[in-house]
Design a protein around this ligand. Structure first.
Ligand code: PRX
Length: 652
């Protein structure tokens, strides 16, 4: 049995209100179950019907195939389709003047694009990329703040079949370098500044050094976010987007490339248990199909909705549920540049009021942070347009769920607690809000086409109430296709734990007596800090790269706001002295190597780490120490059991 965090199973149930159900796509559990069964037992029928709702240049020959031994899945093979066409062009006739994208700046300025306007800038942007020689299959890396050019840029890539790879703007320049080098990108698109809490932070300047170390790089396209910021531009390499896009030879129309269903659409790097982050590759048709459908049903999408997902486009949530899912449905999607608590703790609620947001999707860490300021900040804003709330990124504790439901949702908005991953492309386990009762803390049931199960170590299914590994037993349209340039890692990470082509997600879960899924968090060495995902080994490598650090072990510990935070045990080489100053230096170092979001909250120096006789660090013990437990479990297999008491005594 895997070691899993314990969750108390909440007993309360919340039924959707009658008027909510009346307008829902799926109105009852029975209806859900019928469609679900069809999607599992007859996927061809289910998916070919749904795929008719997308626009194809050429229809597919075969809905799906799955070669278990090769671990190769194909969806809508033989079909030709374009993502950007499905997100833009096909709405022009019926929704041309409807708002597609709303952008709220850090300072409260607003910019809006109708479908027609968005179509035009995406086309122009795509033409700029073509002019710079970009062709199908080339890679472009984006390193941007949350500004419209990011959404426009990735749509421009998919328009011409260029593979985008967005790197979260909070990552360090070193992390960016790794990703540019791994993806062998020819162009980097960045911004001269990122604006945060009223301050302009130079962005391009911070990465100039590493850009010159990337051999594949031919061009850097720079957005001028802050005119007043002096930005040095390298001759023959760096160009300004506002100049490029306004040249008279740039056309307002760009023909969408006819992509094969299985052509890769994008790469997104994500942390694993070992080594450097891996480039998760997503396909074209399957990905689009799945994010289209999940957006429609999970958010129970209505034409008049104003939908706001607070994620950054640098993460999969932003790809799938700020850009592609909403736009494929013709929705109005809001993107926000700033932070939800600036200038005041009611900023998020002010935005909901300002744009009459009806569907709001955020992370538990944000909910906890906002709840901390008290109900009055929420109550003074008009949230009457909200009808549905969502949560993603980590398990939501029932207290945060109940606060969200009562104070934000005024007891009338269902909450969709959506479980999924970078690798899954779209939402996997989730309530369908009109079709089922909610239990706070439970992600409820698998989405259509998702054959989820919970297995024991020996591969046998768990009993009700028993914890185990969550797996997916059949491929689904938006399953990652591979790890970029590393198929071995793809096989090993996701398909080696269990035999027979079973996808291993890395999370622990259990099902209660009613069949509801309860996700219990990672069971491997991946940690979710404020919904951001890290491999503890990445942080350990960063610490060890500091001169004078001999060894380190990083484990998670519970944190009121972040969900989980990082606790680092560090041993020093002779000559370096333990001090508060060194703690600060180490934290800054991790920030430089990976990014500020990866900084350990606590660092404890120690002369030794608890190890087995074969030299393996016993993380289970370190985790117990970090969690403040007295009983750290069995220590008899340790080569140095005496270290445990010292570590306990000196814990920070
Ligand atoms: O541990 C699970 C957690 O986030 C992991 C995936 O992280 P990432 O690839 O960064 O994608 C995050 C956004 C989709 C999962 O393995 N996770 C995500 N959503 C939930 C969750 N844990 C519990 N409940 C969720 N709703």
């Amino acid at each position: 049995m895997p070691v899993i965090d314990s969750v108390s199973v909440e007993k309360r149930k919340f039924s959707p209100k009658k008027n909510f159900v009346k307008k829902s796509h799926i109105k009852s559990f029975k209806e859900y179950k019928k469609l679900y069964n069809e999607s599992i037992n007859n996927p061809e029928k289910f998916w070919s019907r749904e795929a008719e709702n997308l626009d194809w240049f050429k229809k597919w020959n075969k809905v799906y195939s799955w070669k278990k031994t090769k671990l190769e899945t194909k969806w809508f093979d033989g079909g030709k389709i374009n993502i950007s066409y499905n997100c833009l062009d096909r709405h022009l006739k019926t929704r041309g003047n409807k708002t597609a994208l709303i952008w709220e700046s850090d300072k409260g300025r607003s910019k809006q694009f109708t479908y027609k306007q968005l179509h035009k800038v995406v086309c122009r942007f795509a033409n700029v990329l073509k002019k710079h020689g970009m062709k199908k299959g080339d890679r472009i890396v984006f390193y941007m703040p949350m500004i419209p050019e990011l959404a426009i840029g990735i749509l421009a890539c998919t328009r011409i079949g260029v593979i985008h790879s967005v790197v979260f703007g909070g990552f360090s320049s070193e992390s960016l370098k790794d990703r540019i080098q791994d993806s062998r990108a020819k162009i980097v698109i960045t911004s001269n500044a990122s604006i945060r809490k009223g301050q302009a932070i130079p962005m391009k300047k911070n990465i100039d050094k590493v850009l010159s170390e990337c051999k594949s790089l031919k061009k850097v396209i720079v957005v001028q976010r802050d005119k007043s910021l002096k930005t040095s531009m390298k001759k023959n390499r760096d160009v300004w987007l506002h100049e490029e896009i306004n040249y008279s030879d740039i056309n307002d129309f760009c023909k969408p490339a006819e992509m094969n269903s299985e052509d890769p659409a994008f790469i997104l790097y994500t942390s694993g248990t070992t080594g450097k982050p891996k480039g998760v590759v997503h396909s074209t048709a399957g990905y689009l199909m799945y994010v289209y459908l999940t957006f429609k049903y999970v958010f129970d999408y209505r034409e008049e909705d104003v939908y706001w997902c607070t994620a950054d486009i640098g993460w999969i949530t932003g790809h799938s549920y700020i850009v592609y899912g909403p736009l494929a449905n013709g929705a109005t999607s809001l993107m926000f540049e700033g932070v939800p608590t600036y200038p005041n703790p009611d900023r998020a609620w002010k935005i909901v009021e300002k744009y009459k947001v009806s569907v709001f999707y955020t992370a538990p860490t944000a909910i906890r942070a906002l709840a901390r300021f008290g109900d009055e900040w929420v109550n003074k804003c008009d949230l009457s347009n909200l009808r549905l709330l969502g949560s993603v990124g980590e398990p939501i504790n029932p207290e945060a769920w109940l606060w969200y439901h009562k104070v934000v949702g005024k007891n009338k908005c269902p909450i969709v607690d959506t479980w999924w991953q970078t690798e899954t492309g779209g939402i996997m386990i989730t309530p369908l809000p009109g079709a089922m009762d909610l239990k706070p803390g439970s992600a409820c049931f698998p989405f259509f086409g998702i054959k989820a199960n919970i297995l024991r170590e020996n591969g046998k299914p768990t009993k009700k109430g028993e914890g185990g590994y969550i797996v997916i037993e059949q491929p689904w349209p938006s399953m990652l296709r591979t790890v970029y340039r590393n198929p071995k890692r793809f096989r090993k990470t996701y398909f080696s734990k269990f035999k027979g082509g079973i996808y291993f997600a890395g999370d622990g879960a259990k099902r209660d007596k009613d069949g509801y899924f309860w996700i219990m968090g990672r069971i491997d060495d991946v940690v979710n800090v404020s919904g951001h995902r890290f491999g503890t080994s990445e942080i350990e490598s960063a610490l060890v790269s500091f001169k004078g650090v001999a060894e380190s072990a990083v484990v998670p510990f519970p944190h009121k706001i972040k969900g989980k935070a990082l606790y680092a045990f560090v041993t020093l080489k002779k000559g370096l002295n333990e001090s508060d100053e060194l703690v600060a230096k180490l934290r800054t170092h991790v920030s430089k190597v990976i990014g500020p979001i990866a900084k350990p909250d606590k660092i404890q120096f120690t002369d030794a780490l608890p190890k087995t006789r074969s030299g393996k660090i016993m993380r289970r013990i370190l985790k117990a120490i970090a969690e403040g437990l007295d009983d750290v479990g069995n220590t008899t297999t340790l080569a140095n059991p005496e270290i445990v008491e010292i570590l306990k005594k000196e814990r920070v």
